[in-house]
Design a protein around this ligand. Sequence first.
Ligand SMILES: NC(=O)c1ccc[n+]([C@@H]2O[C@H](COP(=O)([O-])OP(=O)(O)OC[C@H]3O[C@@H](n4cnc5c(N)ncnc54)[C@H](OP(=O)(O)O)[C@@H]3O)[C@@H](O)[C@H]2O)c1
Length: 361
Amino acid sequence: MSDTPSPAEPAGPAAVLVTGATGLLGHAVVDRLLAAGSEVTALVRDRERARALLPDHPGLRLVTGDITEPGSYRAALRGTDAVIHTAAYFREYYGPGHDLRRLYRTNVGAVEDLLRAAVDAGVPTVVHTSSIAVLGGGDTRAPADEDTPNGAPGRGNHYRASKILAERVVSAFGERHGLRVPMVLPAWMWGPGDAGPTSAGRLFRAVAAGSVRALPAAGNHVVDARDVADACVAAAVRGAAGRRYIVGGRWHPLHEICAAVVRAAGTGTVPRRMPRGAAMPLAALLEWGARARGREPVATRTGMRALLDGHHRRVSSARARRELGVAFRPLEETVTDQAGWHREHRRSPGAGPARRETRNA
Ligand SMILES: NC(=O)c1ccc[n+]([C@@H]2O[C@H](COP(=O)([O-])OP(=O)(O)OC[C@H]3O[C@@H](n4cnc5c(N)ncnc54)[C@H](OP(=O)(O)O)[C@@H]3O)[C@@H](O)[C@H]2O)c1
């Protein structure tokens, strides 16, 4: 990822606050905005980690805060033209030992707080990050689009339920208060900057380490986080109020993704394909085995269920291509850049290159 402003990048809003700036998507949004010449305020929980991960750039200001505590970021909203909201309780849900109270507080309650704070501060636009997982339909015969109704927020997947509830909050709030809140719905994101790591980063590392023997014969829509970042910035500039934009990339079978990872990393082995019916018992074994050894499992049952749920789902990104000018880079480029990022950060996982102090709030 380049820290150097590129004059070729289309302009973003002049001043933007990015939540979740140390995350896979937020990091890409920060890079994209800086390259376009925006002044960026990054809301981060851990300043040291943010300094290590984010670029050293005079246009970047770090503000320490928590999205569930509006008092921690309210002052930072003043004078901004847009908020790009990517923070969420996401990777934690698909890891072991998640906290449902925090999930709903972060993904639903905090969204309403943020919208209210934006209105109070006179910020006209908030881009909300949703997910294609909210969509209630869509298959190979009829891919889902933005008119496809959302599913019901059932208890089978609390993360998905929280994202459905958040969309309801956004739609109701925006209409009442005249705030422009376009929504971006990404597919499964991959790419450089996955410091968390998310489920994609975990799978990348495990496949590159050769520690995954088998995976279900399943696939999913995969999208580069940098392409989603482009969509978020374009939505901040010209996304319509309450309008949804699916940013779905392309559907790939898992074995194809893993083969690309092995090629890009130059290490690891492509896991063999096993029947999808065996995937949940395998995930349970991985989880219990990891717990017994006090390690992080490669996959959890919640993560595996989400992966299998996505297998039949197909989405159309036609609106985002047409109205936001979104384009999708090939998978090979995504995992090659991801491999480069992992190599660069090998010495200390989760940390980036040293960053000089710039302006801080
Ligand atoms: N990744 C995917 O495949 C995918 C697919 C569809 C939709 N999405 C959505 O896309 C968005 C970005 O996801 P991602 O993949 O970038 O996730 P991620 O890498 O886990 O990043 C999440 C970010 O949110 C921050 N965060 C979490 N709780 C916070 C809190 N209480 N206060 C402030 N910051 C908080 C995290 O901070 P720390 O760095 O301090 O933990 C991190 O920077 C989310 O809305 C997610 O639901 C993701």
